[in-house]
Write a protein that binds this ligand. Structure first.
Ligand SMILES: [Zn+2]
Length: 355
C-alpha cells in the first residue's frame, strides 16, 4: 500500500479542468514509474472523473498534451470509473481545508491576481481620474417608487428647506431664493409637507438626479412611448415644476438613444462633394481672400487695414493688395488696377464670400 499526494503549482492552476484531471494521473504514474513501467499485467487507474473520456476522442493536442500522450504510451493501463460517492477516501484527501488557498498571498492565487497590463505601460494622462470620469455611465435606479425618491430629495435639499421655511414663517422669499427661483410667492403653497406652485409639485432645483428620474419615467413609460420634446415637456409640466424644466427635458431627449435611432431625418439628403475644377491656364482661375484685421498702416495719406490676397490657382503666383476697407467697391477698383490690367478677365473667381 502506497500513498502519494501533490499540490498544483501556480502554473498548473491555470490548466483547464480536463488537463488538471489528467495531470493527477500523470503525476501518479511519474511517482510509481519504476514499479508500473515494467508491470507484467495491465494495471487499473480508478478515477471519479468521467470527463477524462474526452481524451478518448482524437483531437488537436497542445504541446503539453502531446508530451503526456508520449509518456502515457509507456504504460499498460485501463481507466476505471468509480463515482465520487464510492471514492470518498481519495476525495477526502484532495479536499483538505488546509490545502486550499487562503488568500492572495498563496502562490497559486498570487500569480493570477495581477493587472493584465502593467499600469506603467500607460501614458500618465490615460489613467488619470479626469479621463476615467468621462467614461462613467449614468444609470438610473428604477427600483424605488418616484414618490419615495421625491421624499428623500426633499429631505436633503437645502433650497427646499429654505423655501419651506419662508412659506411657513415669512411673507416673501428671502433675497437669495428670489434671485434663484423667479417663482411667485403667492402662488406657492405647502400641502402635505411638499411645495406646490399652481398645483404643480415643486422639484428640488438643486437635485438633477430627481429631475432626470422624472423626465426618464415620463418619457419612457408614456403609452405612446418616447414622445418628442414638446409632448414630454407637456407631460412633465402637468405635475411637476423646477427651474429650467424645458432645458432638462431637451437635454434628456437629445441624449435618448432609442429616440435618436428612430428619429426620421427631415432635412434633404446631403449633396455630393463638388470638387473645384482643375485650372489649365495661368490667371484664368483665381481665388480671392482677405488677411484681416491688421494694425492700421498709414501710407501716402491712406489708412490701410486689410490685405486682399489674389492667388492664381494654377501657378500659385499671388498678389497682396493693401486695402482700406472690405467694401466690394474698393476691391473691384483695386482688382481692376492691379490684377485685371496685368492678366485680363479670369474665367472663375473663388472666394469665401466674407465668411
Ligand atoms: Zn426617447
Amino acid at each position: 500500500m502506497a500513498y502519494f499526494s501533490a499540490k498544483h503549482s501556480p502554473q498548473e492552476c491555470n490548466y483547464d479542468i480536463y488537463d488538471k484531471e489528467l495531470l493527477a494521473i500523470i503525476k501518479a504514474l511519474e511517482e510509481w514509474q519504476p514499479e508500473l513501467e515494467g508491470s507484467q499485467s495491465q494495471f487499473e487507474i480508478i478515477t471519479d472523473h468521467k470527463n477524462l473520456a474526452t481524451f478518448a476522442t482524437s483531437k488537436q493536442l497542445n504541446a503539453r498534451q502531446a508530451r503526456w500522450a508520449e509518456f502515457l504510451s509507456q504504460f499498460d493501463f485501463r481507466i476505471v470509473y468509480r463515482p465520487g460517492t464510492l471514492n470518498s477516501r481519495a476525495d477526502a484527501l484532495s479536499r483538505r481545508p488546509q490545502d486550499t488557498p487562503k488568500d492572495t498571498t498563496d502562490s497559486r492565487i498570487h500569480s493570477r491576481f495581477k493587472a493584465l497590463i502593467d499600469p506603467s505601460k500607460f501614458s500618465t494622462d490615460f489613467l488619470s481620474t479626469d479621463f476615467l470620469s468621462t467614461l462613467s455611465l449614468y444609470t438610473l435606479d428604477l427600483s424605488q417608487h418616484i414618490d419615495d425618491l421625491i421624499t428623500a430629495s426633499y429631505a436633503k435639499s437645502p433650497i427646499i428647506q429654505a423655501m419651506l421655511d419662508c412659506l411657513t414663517n415669512s411673507r416673501q422669499w428671502s433675497p437669495a431664493l428670489r434671485s434663484r427661483l423667479r417663482l411667485s410667492f403667492a402662488e406657492c403653497q405647502i400641502i402635505g409637507g411638499r411645495i406646490y406652485h399652481r398645483g404643480r409639485l415643486v422639484i428640488p432645483p438643486d437635485d438633477p438626479d430627481i429631475q432626470f428620474q422624472i423626465v426618464y419615467r415620463t418619457h419612457t413609460s408614456s403609452p405612446a412611448g418616447h414622445p418628442g420634446r414638446d409632448k414630454t415637456l407637456d407631460l412633465v409640466s402637468r405635475y411637476y415644476w423646477w427651474p429650467g424644466v424645458s432645458h432638462t427635458v431637451g437635454e434628456f431627449i437629445s441624449g435618448c438613444l432609442p429616440c435618436d435611432k428612430s428619429k426620421v431625418k427631415r432635412n434633404l439628403p446631403q449633396g455630393l462633394l463638388k470638387p473645384i475644377n482643375v485650372p489649365f491656364e495661368p490667371w484664368q482661375d483665381i481665388s480671392v481672400d482677405y488677411i484681416t484685421p491688421l494694425p492700421v498702416c498709414a501710407r501716402r495719406g491712406l489708412q490701410f487695414q486689410h490685405i486682399a490676397v489674389v492667388v492664381d490657382r494654377l501657378t500659385k503666383l499671388r498678389h497682396f493688395i493693401p486695402t482700406e476697407t472690405l467694401e466690394a467697391e474698393e476691391l473691384a477698383r483695386r482688382f481692376i488696377n492691379q490684377v485685371y490690367t496685368l492678366y485680363g478677365t479670369p474665367q472663375s473667381i473663388i472666394s469665401d464670400q466674407g465668411s
